[in-house]
Design a protein around this ligand. Structure first.
Ligand code: MN
Ligand code: MN
Length: 325
């Protein structure tokens, strides 16, 4: 069932109630049009940050910025809304005062979304700080029937996010992947972290990821290899998964602050928007079963380019999924 969209030649993109991509609200989708392929939902939560707050406003900003998303992907030659049925599931019931409680509440709510078609309907979460990735990964893993060994993970970020604890708390935005690996939701041998760069607190910050066998593709390594070399590396990674279910998590701070200034822990020397989109496209063939786009902090970006890019990143993930249908 294609996604029902308002006709932009009849109903202008700047009119109407805002949902992500102008996709229908989940509650408005008729039962006979289920199951959906994707539900997009917001997690307006930023209590897990270690620096600037404000990502709680990310989902609204991304929805607003997504009004100009169109349906046909030129590079992949795919009509995303023809291939996929997508709806906006609204926002998760966040618990702003407690990180652990929030992770549990969001994961449970997301697991229950469109419960009759859990195994078919995939989830794309709009953050929120990166701590919310744990919740959507958990929900995705369970909806996929708890695949043995855990999900593969494609992780775009300036940071590894495998710190055990910050300020005595293990559930903040520096820790989602150490928790997901500990809980068996992610297979670290099927995980790649792309865009990592320093400075770090110490060389030992890399120890956990290296010890677990996570592939680290640093920002500098990407520069040395160039666009084609990186695309080949990502293509090889996808092939190595042999169609195992994979999750894509995109921390917008992987992109240079010149292109994505609206973020909480900016890191200079990142990808351009073009490079980021090219790498997502290089994941063609990935069996994507869940995703998130996080760390968008609209108040730091009066131009709105960060949210605009983030909305397009979500669209790239959907396009990867559409290619497989
Ligand atoms: Mn992150
Ligand atoms: Mn980051």
């Amino acid at each position: 069932m294609p996604t029902q969209l308002p006709n932009p030649r009849v109903s202008p993109r700047f009119a109407g109630i805002v949902t992500f991509g102008r996709y229908p609200q989940l509650d408005a989708v008729a039962t006979e049009n289920l199951p959906l392929d994707w539900i997009i939902y917001g997690v307006p939560f930023d209590a897990g940050v270690t620096y600037r707050p404000g990502a709680r406003f990310g989902p609204r900003a991304m929805r607003e910025a997504s009004q100009y998303l169109k349906r046909y992907h030129i590079e992949h030659d795919v009509d995303v809304c023809e291939k996929l049925s997508i709806a906006d599931g609204g926002d998760a019931p966040v618990k702003p005062y407690d990180l652990r409680e929030n992770a549990v509440a969001v994961a449970e709510w997301a697991f229950a979304l469109s419960a009759g078609s859990r195994g078919t309907t995939k989830l794309l979460a709009l953050g929120g700080d990166h701590s919310i990735a744990y919740a959507n990964i958990r929900a995705t893993y369970l909806r996929q029937g708890s695949p043995k060994g855990g999900l593969a993970l494609v992780h775009f970020d300036s940071h590894l996010d495998t710190v055990d604890a910050v300020w005595g708390n293990q559930w903040g935005h520096a820790s989602p992947f150490i928790r997901a690996i500990e809980d068996g939701l992610i297979d670290p041998r099927h995980m790649i972290s792309i865009g990592i760069k320093g400075p770090l607190n110490a060389a030992s910050d890399l120890d956990y990821a290296k010890g677990k066998g996570i592939r680290i593709l640093t920002r500098d390594e990407c520069s040395r290899r160039g666009a084609e070399g990186c695309a080949r590396e990502l293509g090889d990674f996808v092939a190595s998964l042999k169609d195992a279910p994979a999750y894509v998590t995109f921390d917008i701070d992987a992109v240079d602050p010149a292109f994505a200034p609206g973020t909480g822990t900016p890191s200079v020397g990142g990808f351009s928007s073009t490079e980021a989109l090219a790498m997502l496209r290089a994941l063609k063939g990935l069996h994507v079963v869940g995703a998130d786009v996080v760390e968008v902090l609209p108040d730091r970006d009066p131009t709105g380019i960060t949210s605009f890019l983030a909305a397009h990143i979500a669209f790239e993930v959907l396009a990867l999924s559409a290619l497989r249908k």
